[in-house]
Ligand binder design. Sequence first.
Ligand SMILES: Nc1ncnc2c1ncn2[C@@H]1O[C@H](COP(=O)(O)OP(=O)(O)OP(=O)(O)O)[C@@H](O)[C@H]1O
Ligand SMILES: [Mg+2]
Length: 316
Amino acid sequence: MIKYAIECRNLTKAFGAFTAVDSLNLRIRKDEIFGFIGPNGAGKTTAIRMICGVLSPSAGTALVDEIDVVKNPEEVKQKIGYMAQNFILYGDLTTYENLDFYGTIYGLSQSQRKQRIKEVLELVKLQDFENYLANELSGGMKNRLSLANALLHEPKILILDEPTAGIDPPLRRTFWQFFRELNAKGTTILVTTHYLDEAKHCDRLGLISNGNLIAEGSPTEIVRKVHNGDLVQVTVRESEQDLRNILVDIDEIKEILFFRDIEPRGCQTHFVVENADSDLPKIQKLLYSYSIDVLTAGKVSISMEDAFIKLMAEGS
Ligand SMILES: Nc1ncnc2c1ncn2[C@@H]1O[C@H](COP(=O)(O)OP(=O)(O)OP(=O)(O)O)[C@@H](O)[C@H]1O
Ligand SMILES: [Mg+2]
C-alpha cells in the first residue's frame, strides 16, 4: 500500500542566485490534512508549484502518489486538484463556462462535465450563480468557484494555496468543514494559510522559513517545540531563593525560565516539564512536603501564534 500522498526529496528551486526552496524533504501521508505555515516569501507557493508539476525544480524532485513529478508532470497534474493562490478565472465567462473550460483541460467528456459541474456547484453552494459572469461574483464566491474548479476531476489529492485568504469568518468555517468532509472521505489535503487559528484543523504542520522546513509535527507537537516540553506556572508565598533551592533539585523540571516577585510577598516562576499533567501534581506534593505555600499552579497554554513567532525567530 502507498503510504505517502506526497514526498519531497531535496526539492530545490533557485531563481538566479536566490534559493526560494532549499532542499525540502517532506512526507505527507495519505489521508492527512497537512498545513504549510510560513511568512510571506518563505517559499510555500514555489514548493507547491513544483509539487503540482507547473514549475520545474532546480534540483531534487517530488513524488505524488508515487509518480515522479520531474519525469511525469502531466500525470501528476491529473492526480491533483490545485487551487492556486492567484487562480485565473475568466471574468467574461460565466461560473458554468469557467468550470466547463477547465473541465475540458482536465480531459472530462461533455457528459462528465455536465454531471460534475452540477455536483461541484452544489458542493460549494454556487448552484444559483451558474449563469453569473465570474466578474459579477464577490471575492468569497470567486474563492468557492476556484475550489469547485479544483474538485472537478475528483482528485484524491487536493492542494490549496491560501484558499481562505480574504474571506469572512463564517465562510472560512464553512470551507474548513468542507475540507474535513473531503478528508474524511479519503482526500489528502495540502493547504497553506496565514490564519494561524486554522492550523488546529490540520493533522500536521510544516513551518517554512527562507525556503527551509524548520519544524514539523501536529499542532500540539509544534507548540511543545517552543520549550521542548510543557510550560508550567507556579506562584508561592515564599521568596525566590527559598523556592529556587527546592526547584533546582527536582528531576522533573527540565528548565527554569524565570522568577518574579509578587505583591505583597511571594514569587512566581515559569518552568518546563515533560508532561504537565503527570509531573505537576508530583512537584506540588513535593513543595507541600517542604512547607511551601503554593498559591497557584498550572500549565501555561501557548498560542499557535506565539509558537510560530518564536520558532520562526529561532529558525532564521
Ligand atoms: N518566478 C520567480 N522569479 C523570481 N523570484 C521568485 C519567483 N517566484 C517566487 N520568487 C521568490 O521566491 C520567494 C518565495 O516566494 P513564494 O511565492 O514561494 O513565497 P510564499 O511562501 O508563497 O509567500 P506568500 O505567503 O506571500 O504567498 C520570494 O522571495 C519570491 O519573490
Ligand atoms: Mg504563496
